[in-house]
Design a protein around this ligand. Sequence first.
Ligand SMILES: [Zn+2]
Ligand SMILES: [Zn+2]
Length: 147
Amino acid sequence: MAHEVEMRALAEYLGQHNLKHTKQRELVLAAFLEARRHVSSEDLYQVVREKYPNVGYTTVYRTMKLLVEAGLATERHFDDGITRYEIEHEHHDHLVCIKCGKIQEFECRMIEESQREIAARYGFRILRHRHELYGHCTECSEIADRA
Ligand SMILES: [Zn+2]
Ligand SMILES: [Zn+2]
């Protein structure tokens, strides 16, 4: 079976919480694991629906919430109000293009360290952080320059 580790984790989570283990939930998980990063439940619904027309949007939406609770997906909220999902292997931050919606990930050790230093200076304990830069990506800047 594909995605054996994740499927087992989902089954375990459902079992622990007395939730029904359905084929539809497995389909949504598989679609999520195969999707590009920062995918919305609407995007996933479109993908799942092509192969399995009897899976409804609500099922996709609820399953994604479940995957977040189970620790299999991470929720992201950018400025446009759409909830997106990704698998967070390692901490990273984002550059978000407000024109085409492209999301670029980045990691910067200096930013991470500076954040820790600032927090220490104020005796603040960081639990999590979000660092998002909004602007225009290369393609969108080029289009604007040409116009
Ligand atoms: Zn762009
Ligand atoms: Zn990301």
